[in-house]
Structure formats: structure tokens, C-alpha cells
Design a binder for this molecule. Structure first.
Ligand code: 9WO
Length: 246
């Protein structure tokens, strides 16, 4: 899967996505992540990309031409790299967008190519958004200074579900939130720390009991912290009907 990020601050997204698991996945070739500086597509002799809004008001807007030209260049680069006929989506990170969830991130894994557009200043000329953006996505109900951090979060969340990205032993589908619950508490050595022992069942080696304990803790925690998630989980996992005896 290929991700292209259009931004005025490419170093900001590279600093995040070239590290750790996502950085390793890039080097291993499971995903491609490219950051593109929209400023490189400015036709202005001073490389300006922003201008004042029509109608007045505060601040500056990113102008349509460099955003459009950057997008066209990114599409051409990706066509050359992936061959034609790719499943592509252009996403604008915006507080107006649909809020990202685990389920929606999962559906985005079906694309071959995601182009992420990051706004800055007070936003982007609406005309270029109308022309190139397929959908707006928000990572939550708050306002930031730009779309770069949300873009990194979207790439991280989608990329870790791509085959090969997580180390062999880790299966994202078995995680609590992926199955609809919050994570159970976890422990490592030492067995007693600050007078607090690790729960005995976890040291028993009895895998059925351990799984049951973890599910019960996950349900309990979810019920307290996120009753909405627990209700959805229970609706999706009805208790097995007891077999009637004749
Ligand atoms: C600033 C502003 C000032 C005056 C009038 C209107 C205004 N709108 C904005 C504004 O929305 N600024 C944005 C900052 C422009 C696009 C990038 N910015 C952004 C993205 N802030 N927060 C996000 C974001 C994206 C995804 N999920 C959560 C937040």
C-alpha cells in the first residue's frame, strides 16, 4: 500500500513515520510513504503558497494552484510506480470530516493508494478541495494548527493492519479494541513490585483460565470506562444458547 502526504511541512511527517514499526515496514517494502512539499509546486517567484481570503477576515489561506499541481504530480508518480488502474482515495484531514474509527481504518486498507492532504494556516481554497478531495476525515473533535499530526495518525492506524507490518507474533485482530473491547491490564517481571503481586492466574500457565480472566477484565473495564462500547460488543456477541436436553 502506498501513502502520499501533501504538506507544507514534510519533515514533520517524516520524523514521525520513519521511526519504529512504520519506519521498519517502509524499509522492508510492506508500505511506501512519501511526503511532498506543496511549496515545491508554487509558480510564484517567492515560492508563496498562501494568500489573504476574499471577503476579508483573519489570516491566510493556502491557494488552489500549488495544491492542485502537487496532487497531479503525486498521481503521476504513483501511476508510474504502481501501474495504472489503482484503487486511490484523496483524503483531507479536517475537523469537518467523518471521525476516524478502527472499523473505518479497516475499510481504508482496501485501497492501493491513499493521498493525504494536510491544511495549514486558516485552511485551503474551497475550489481545489471540491476538485481533488474524495472525503474529509477527522481524528477527533478538536482543532489543531494543521493536518500533519492527524495524517500521521491515519497512516499509523491503517498501515499496522497491512500484512507484514506488525511483527509475526502480533495479530492486530485479537486486540481488544479491534474486537470491540478495551485492553485488559498487563504485567511483566518482577512478580512483586511495590508490594503488589501479579495476579496469580497469569502465573498459572493455564491458558483457558488466563483467556477467561483477560476477557472478564476487558469487559469489566469497558463497562466502567466505555459503556457504549460494551453495549455494542454484547449486541455483536450474544451469549451461546444452552442446548436443550430431551
Ligand atoms: C482556522 C480558522 C480561523 C478563522 C476562521 C476559520 C478557521 N478555520 C480554521 C481551520 O480550520 N484551520 C485548519 C487547521 C485548517 C486546516 C488544518 N487545520 C486543522 C486540521 N486543524 N485541525 C485539524 C484536524 C484534522 C483532523 N482531525 C482533527 C483536527
Amino acid at each position: 500500500m502506498r501513502f502520499d502526504i501533501m504538506t507544507l511541512f514534510p519533515a514533520m511527517v517524516r520524523a514521525v513515520l520513519d521511526e519504529s514499526i512504520i519506519g521498519r515496514a517502509q524499509k522492508a517494502g510492506y508500505i511506501t510513504v512519501e511526503a511532498h512539499n506543496i511549496r515545491d509546486y508554487s509558480q510564484d517567484k517567492h515560492h508563496r503558497v498562501d494568500d489573504t481570503p476574499y471577503g476579508g477576515g483573519r489570516g491566510m489561506l493556502m491557494a488552489a494552484p500549488p495544491v492542485y499541481d502537487c496532487h497531479a504530480a503525486v498521481c503521476a508518480m504513483a501511476d508510474a510506480a504502481l501501474g495504472g488502474n489503482v484503487k486511490r482515495r484523496t483524503i483531507y484531514l479536517s475537523p469537518k470530516g467523518r471521525v476516524l474509527t478502527q472499523d473505518y481504518a479497516q475499510t481504508l486498507t482496501e485501497y492501493d493508494h491513499l493521498i493525504l492532504l494536510c491544511g495549514h494556516y486558516e485552511g485551503i481554497d474551497q475550489r481545489v478541495l471540491d476538485e481533488i478531495v474524495d472525503e474529509e476525515i477527522s481524528i477527533g473533535d478538536y482543532v489543531l494548527t494543521g493536518g500533519e499530526l492527524p495524517a500521521c495518525i491515519l497512516v499509523d492506524c491503517v498501515a499496522r493492519m497491512i500484512d507484514g507490518v506488525l511483527p509475526e507474533a502480533v495479530c492486530y485482530e485479537s486486540e481488544s479494541i479491534a474486537c470491540g473491547l478495551l485492553e485488559y491490564p498487563q504485567y511483566t517481571r518482577p512478580a512483586v513490585w511495590h508490594d503488589v503481586p501479579v495476579p496469580e492466574v497469569l502465573q498459572s500457565g493455564h491458558h483457558e483460565k488466563i483467556d477467561a480472566w483477560r476477557l472478564e477484565r476487558a469487559r469489566e473495564l469497558t463497562g466502567v470506562l466505555r459503556p457504549d462500547l460494551l453495549a455494542a460488543y454484547d449486541a455483536a456477541h450474544p451469549p451461546k444458547p444452552k442446548k436443550k436436553r430431551k
